[in-house]
Design a protein around this ligand. Structure first.
Ligand SMILES: Nc1ncnc2c1ncn2[C@@H]1O[C@H](COP(=O)(O)OP(=O)(O)O)[C@@H](O)[C@H]1O
Ligand SMILES: [Mg+2]
Length: 226
């Protein structure tokens, strides 16, 4: 069953005094439920831009993204639909973890439940269970700065999973980690499937790409199956 549908995405940046730069030109592809897709491509090819558009964090100039049949960018009420999908269907993992430094790791994991879209009966309990699953059960009261990079990325993984998403978007999730820590994170990402979980992951690691079902090569003007 189709989960993500990417339809003719165009993205341009306009910087005053310069002519617009087209970053993505007519990008289309689909991802099925539970499918794991790697996106590779040179630096500056537009991978981060694309991933942000897929997850509703950045708007395309034209084209549309549908998640579970819901359009993120077309028609009346798109912004509300986007917020709802982002809060209930999507999890994000970033290269630099993006944890809130003043919150302990349980509070960081709970944050996505505070949008009002997702009703989780006991978010604190669920956060603790997820942190135990990623091997941080002994570190619950800690601040992110008291953890290693790999441990911080585990927290980010738990945070991405708290609302039981259908799809995770990961932007170079192992990019800041040494290779053995990166492999551990990848394993976790693939193992913690509470339900069939699709993954779209930008990566420079061929090991990580090879773990996926498909590899797509992005070259700004085109996206091709490798
Ligand atoms: N906010 C922005 N304004 C102008 N140009 C941008 C902006 N964000 C990204 N770009 C440009 O878009 C291109 C693609 O960036 P990015 O998506 O980060 O590439 P990648 O993740 O593949 O390295 C780069 O040339 C970058 O300079
Ligand atoms: Mg990038």
């Amino acid at each position: 069953m189709k989960l993500l549908s990417v339809e003719n995405i165009v993205k341009e940046y306009k910087i005053p005094g310069h002519k617009p730069i087209r970053i993505l030109n007519d990008i289309s592809f689909e991802v099925n439920e539970g499918e794991h897709v790697a996106i590779v491509g040179r630096s500056g090819a537009g991978k981060t831009t694309l991933l942000n558009i897929l997850g509703g964090l950045d708007k395309p100039n034209s084209g549309d993204v549908k998640i579970a049949g819901v359009s993120l960018y077309k028609g009346f009420g798109a912004e509300r639909r986007r917020n709802m999908i982002r809060a209930t269907k999507v999890g994000f993992v970033f290269q630099s973890y993006h944890l809130m430094p003043e919150l302990d790791i349980v509070e960081n994991v709970i944050l996505p439940t505070m949008t009002g879209y997702e009703k989780i009966l006991n978010p604190r309990k669920r956060a603790k269970e997820l942190l135990e699953k990623v091997g941080l059960g002994e570190r619950l009261g800690h601040l992110p700065t008291e953890l290693s990079g790999g441990e911080q990325q585990r927290v980010a993984l738990a945070r991405a999973l708290i609302c039981s998403p259908d799809i995770i978007f990961a932007d170079e999730p192992t990019g800041n980690l040494d290779s053995s820590t990166g492999t551990e994170i990848m394993k976790l990402l693939f193992e913690i499937n509470e339900k069939p979980l699709a993954l779209v992951m930008v990566t420079h690691s061929s090991d990580a790409a090879n773990m996926c079902d498909r590899v797509l090569v992005l070259d700004s003007t085109s996206i091709t199956e490798r």
